[in-house]
Design a protein around this ligand. Structure first.
Ligand code: ADP
Ligand code: MG
Ligand code: MG
Length: 369
């Protein structure tokens, strides 16, 4: 087993655990935070908790971030308890407070930590194995949006400013083309033209949010399958996790990113673009699952953009890969020559596959609304 990089017994003392620390080990396959599973003894029972060190590289304001997580999870728990859910504490993350009563604790080295009860009898999957999983994940993300739709008080902190501002993302691409700091623009003229031809479409959702025609909601912003715990026995999507990017946004972004990450049969950096396709049966599973929990609160305008959302988020992601390629690979980690260009082309192929199937996708949305 992997070694602990941190002294978890010391971390345990920072939180109001009301149980005795036994041991801990690194856990999960997350790429952002350092996650530990810790065993405690509570009146003779062995129980598990998750301790996580927040990545301060990814998140510049961890305390604001934890204020968001605390507000969202507390509200979700209250709503679930109100509805009489017998498994309320399995259906949302809950923050164990620090000994000072805050949702985070700072260790001797200045690291920011949080603690959650371990969601038992459920697990996450790194790759989608079936339509049923896609449907359950989409349903769970819709449930999460429904629970957070009634969050009272001031808006959440925008933990990553402009995260899905596609208009701004395209502007960054144009800036990178103009600067051409690594002399790569000439070689990617075709790709540049592809994105520029779709510039108007990229600003549709941003403009509708600005004009108020689309509502600003609480959104998750990292709607991958490995951020939903599926029940070990029933396969049900029990709990949405990884709330680091939860902030104000459009429902369109959450659904679109599910389409981008769940409908293609191959990895995000597949070189053989002939293998990249938007699989309609997976899209149908996502629509069915998502609308089963979200249709009661979504506006007509939002529903009308669900098919398009997949294309939008795929274009957005592709534009970020191309921008990073032009800037000399400064943001996304690269593991081979032209890795960001390969990723760009794979997103373009997926967006083209969505474009080609748009009317059929729209018909499916109409069927389940
Ligand atoms: P990252 O941002 O690094 O992806 P996550 O919050 O998604 O971090 O956590 C990483 C992994 O740890 C998850 O994929 C999941 O398997 C596991 N995990 C996180 N929180 C819990 C929890 N409360 N109960 C059980 N497992 C959890
Ligand atoms: Mg995660
Ligand atoms: Mg994360």
């Amino acid at each position: 087993p992997a070694q602990n990089k941190h002294d978890i017994a010391a971390i345990a003392k920072l939180f109001d655990m009301r149980a005795d620390f036994v041991h801990a080990h690194p856990y999960g396959s997350g790429h952002i935070n350092d996650t530990y599973c810790a065993y405690y003894d509570q009146a003779g029972q062995r129980i598990r908790y998750i301790h996580q060190r927040l990545s301060t590289e990814a998140f510049k304001k961890p305390i604001e971030l934890m204020e968001n997580v605390q507000r969202v999870t507390e509200h979700a728990l209250n709503e679930l308890l109100k509805s009489g859910d017998k498994e309320a504490r399995r259906r949302t993350l809950t923050c164990i407070p620090s000994v000072e009563g805050t949702p985070h604790a700072i260790d001797a080295d200045g690291n920011c930590w949080r603690t959650y009860p371990f969601i038992e009898r459920a697990r996450t999957y790194d790759t989608i194995e079936s339509e049923a999983q896609a449907m359950e994940a989409a349903r769970a993300f819709g449930e999460f949006q429904k629970l957070t739709a009634t969050l009272p008080g001031k808006p959440l902190h925008e933990t990553i400013p402009g995260f899905h501002n596609t208009k701004q993302r395209f502007q960054h691409l144009e800036d990178a083309i103009a600067a051409d700091t690594h002399g790569r623009a000439a070689e990617v003229q075709k790709e540049i033209e592809w994105f520029m031809a779709r510039k108007d479409e990229a600003s549709i959702v941003v403009d509708l949010l600005e004009s108020g025609e689309l509502p600003l909601r609480v959104t998750h912003n990292d709607t991958k399958l490995n951020n939903v715990m599926l029940d070990d026995v029933t396969g049900e999507g029990v709990c949405v996790i990884d709330l680091d990017t939860t902030m104000p946004g459009s429902a369109i972004y959450d659904f679109g990113d599910m389409v981008r990450t769940a409908t293609s049969p191959v990895a995000e950096d597949e070189e053989d673009t002939s293998k990249i396709t938007m699989r309609m049966f997976m899209f149908e599973a996502l629509v069915k699952g998502y609308l089963s929990s979200a249709k009661e609160f979504l506006t007509d305008k939002e529903v009308s953009l669900l098919a398009f959302s997949g294309k939008l988020l795929t274009m957005e992601c592709g534009s970020r890969f191309l921008t990073d390629y032009l800037k000399g690979d400064v943001y996304f980690k690269v593991h081979k020559d032209r890795h960001n260009l390969i990723r760009t082309r794979s997103q373009m192929a997926l967006a083209e596959s969505i474009e080609a199937q748009m009317s059929e996708m729209e018909a499916l949305v109409a069927k389940y609304r």
